[in-house]
Design a protein around this ligand. Sequence first.
Ligand code: SF4
Length: 237
Amino acid sequence: MVMLSEKLAAWSSEELEALNERFRERPPEELLAWAADTFAGRAVLTCSFGGAAGMVLLDIVARQRLPIAVVFLDTDLLFPETYALAREAARHYDIAIEWRRPALTPDEQERQYGPQLYARDPDRCCGIRKVAPLAAALRPYQAWVSGIRRDQTAQRAATEPVQWSAKHGLLKLSPLAYWTERQVWAYIHANGVPYNPLLDRGYPSLGCVPCTRAASADNPRGGRWAGTGKTECGIHL
Ligand code: SF4
């Protein structure tokens, strides 16, 4: 694990736009290769082992042996299939995956905040179990790679391949920003990429067990925090 990192000064909108013009219509491999060169060991990919897009990026990083660390945010409340995939991927690609957990176990959280916080205050629960661990995990790095795409939610519709994250003080890279669901699956099948089997069983978007239900392919994230109006855990806001 990288222990220290000089934080970057914010990149200007001109610098970001130049990079987006360069990478927007190029294959994700090119942006990942640039990140590996530019940040030399100080770039990190976060992979949920739930969605298919993250597996595409993991496949590229691992097969090309790019010096990009891989972090798995384990909320302690994920599906058994998700944990199994994280272990299988580490073996399949022969890579190290850093597991990051919340400061509180589910039992400690229940003692401190009462039962079923996810039902009463899901933003606070996500804050404890996802947002804070992500912030800690990103601290040593200068670039953060994730699999978010413009077509996933209204909040992600303006995603660009290269953006500045003021919250984390680093470059946020979304190499699949302009990809479609169809492109993701075409890559997965063409390259034999392992993926979460629940995606074939009526769960087109996966998070924690208490907050994930089966959903239709037309509204893939409709099974996340169903009935609450919440669509994001907060790590991409
Ligand atoms: S998805 Fe649900 S259980 Fe998981 S951290 Fe968020 S509110 Fe808690």
